[in-house]
Every structure is written in C-alpha cells, then in structure tokens.
Design a protein around this ligand. Structure first.
Ligand code: ADP
Length: 319
C-alpha cells in the first residue's frame, strides 16, 4: 500500500522577529526559520512518524543547504533540485499588532519558483498516497506548471490530491488575479482545506454555502478550519463539526500547516484512497478520529514559537 505524503512548492528562509507585534520596519533583529507551507506540512507528517517527501528547488548556496538539513532533521525526504540559475528564496516577515503580516521577499525570481515539470522524476510521485500543494507556487511560471502537472500525474497514479489555497495576497498582482487562479484548480483536488476567511474571500459566502460551491467543482471534501474552534468537514451530503483542543496559544504560525500534516498523516496511515475519501469523511466516527487528531496537532503547534520547530511528535499528540 502507498503510504507517502508528497508535498511540493515554495521553499525559503523566513527571517522572523524574536517576538510578534511590530511592523517590519520596526523589528530590531531577525532570526532564521525554514519556511514554505508545503515544506511545513511535509515536516509535520514526518515528525508524526509518517513517510513524507518534499519536492522543491533551491540555489546552490548556504541557505539551500540549511533548508535541506532542516527537512532531513525533521525526517522528510528532501527531493530538492539544486540550481545555479538563482539563489534560494528568502523573506522578511513580521506579524503586526493588528494580526496582519508584513512581508518583504527576495524573489527576482528565487530558485523555488524555477522548478520545472521535467525535473520531477516519476520515482518522486509513484509511491504517493497523497499529493499536497498550495497556491504560492502557482504565482509564477515555470513552478506553476510544475505544481499542476505533478498534481495531474499523482492523481493518475491514484494519489489523493490535497490543496491548501493558503491565500497570500501580497504575492499576487491583484486580489482578483489571486482569486481567479486559486479557483481555477479546484477541479484537480480531492480534498481542499480553507479557513473561514478564505471561503469568504474566494466566494463571498459563508462556510457551508461556499463549501458546497467548491464541492460542485469536483473535490470530495472541503475542510474549513476555525482556529480554536477546530474545523468543519463538509461533503456533498454531510457537515460535521470537530471541536478544537483548548490550549494556551502563544504563536499561531504553522498551526494550519500542522493541522494539514496531521490530517494527511491520518489519511495515509489508514490507507484511505481518492475513491474512499468521500465515504470516509461522511462518517462522524472517522471524522472525529482523523480531525480530532489534526486539531490536536494544530493546537500543540500554537503553544510554541515558529513553524517547523513547534510541530509535535506522535507521542505528544497522543499523550
Ligand atoms: P489556518 O487559518 O492556517 O487554517 P487556523 O488558525 O484556523 O489556521 O488553525 C488551524 C488549526 O489549528 C485549527 O483548525 C485548530 O485545529 C488549530 N488551532 C489554531 N489556533 C488554535 C488555538 N488558538 N487553540 C487551539 N487550536 C488551534
């Protein structure tokens, strides 16, 4: 049985402040943190003990080396293409007091956005139980086509295709451009994870109505994350709320990625396929187990600072 969760997309070093609450220009000092949502998801799966692979591209430089090491230390198989064409991506990020993020990117373009379809070998996709992608790697070619081609190939090989639109507006030329591109790929996905705010942004509707519209485009299930309140799992014939785990949150960075990692770890280790996904997620008992687990992973991630360093082990989630 295929067990590997394969994630593909952006990979960069985030420079983040020691503490949140300042505009970027007011941050006195930054520290280095490996980043990129699909890489965080791969790390989440591996830290739980699942098989995961991250496909991406880095420059032949010290930051690229640091990213490879970080992934490998987390237990991820780092399927990284190294290039001399560009340098590894970096970003300066701060979380302002009003909860909004300030970004400054080195993308001219950075190596991660230069990943090409033909660089992705079959052996990186053949054993995928799940293929997971986001929307940041859809911002520019050639990475856009590489992300989508790999999704089609993985789907053809029987993998569940998981899509986290993970809207990052500063990366797009306009909100309309983001909405259009993100929505265009819903038919490729079996499983879509969105926050309530993203449903509102993408469709101008509330969770249930919005999710039903997304389901009509092809996916078997939509998972709407609700922060401390857990999540809602919606299929064409069901709508199941799975309560969150109460914790004292200190930093929500990586919570959504931890949650997705927990969800995909569960799907892969239970041997759920694209064909059985809808039926599995219509069942309240399965949903309670799979998403109760994912909620605990997300919740624990908020109790520590950073993304990859704050992801829990299986013992911590079950403890
Ligand atoms: P995103 O917007 O990235 O999807 P959320 O903030 O909704 O992220 O969080 C994702 C998941 O992490 C939630 O569904 C929940 O399971 C968990 N989570 C997030 N914030 C908290 C919190 N403050 N307390 C407990 N769990 C949380």
């Amino acid at each position: 049985m295929k067990r590997t969760v394969v994630c593909l997309g952006e990979l960069l070093i985030d420079f983040v402040p020691e503490t949140n609450g300042q505009a970027l220009a007011d941050v006195p000092a930054f520290k280095r943190a490996a980043g990129g949502a699909p890489a965080n998801v791969a790390a989440a799966v591996a830290k739980l003990g699942g098989a995961s692979r991250f496909i991406g591209k880095v420059g032949r430089d010290a930051f690229g080396e640091h990213l490879r090491q970080t992934l490998e230390e987390a237990g991820v198989e780092a399927a990284l293409v190294e290039t001399d064409e560009a340098r590894t991506g970096i970003a300066f990020v701060s979380l302002r007091e009003d909860g909004e993020r300030d970004f400054l990117f080195y993308r001219s373009p950075a190596a991660d956005m230069l990943l090409r379809s033909e660089e992705i070998g079959d052996d990186w996709l053949n054993d995928a139980a799940v293929y997971h992608f986001g929307s940041v790697s859809l911002v520019a070619e050639p990475c856009r086509s590489a992300t989508l081609d790999a999704a089609r190939r993985a789907r053809g090989l029987g993998a569940i295709v998981s899509y986290d639109p993970n809207v990052r507006l500063p990366l797009w030329p306009s909100a309309d451009a983001a909405r259009k591109e993100i929505m265009a790929h819903m038919p490729l996905a079996d499983l879509v994870k969105v926050s309530e705010e993203e449903v509102e942004f993408l469709l101008g509707k509330g969770s249930l109505e919005g999710a039903r519209e997304l389901l009509a485009m092809g996916p078997s299930a939509i998972v709407v994350t609700l922060g401390p309140n857990g999540c809602r799992v919606i299929t064409a014939t069901s709508d199941i709320h799975v309560a969150g785990t109460p914790v004292a949150a200190v930093d929500t960075t990586g919570a959504g990625d931890g949650f997705v990692g927990g969800m995909l770890y569960q799907l892969a280790s239970r041997g759920i396929s694209a064909e059985t996904l809808g039926d599995t997620l219509r069942d309240p008992v399965n949903c309670g187990e799979i998403f109760g687990f994912a909620n605990r992973v997300g919740a624990i991630t908020t109790t520590r600072r950073g993304a990859i360093p704050s992801l829990p082990t299986l013992a911590e989630v079950n403890g």
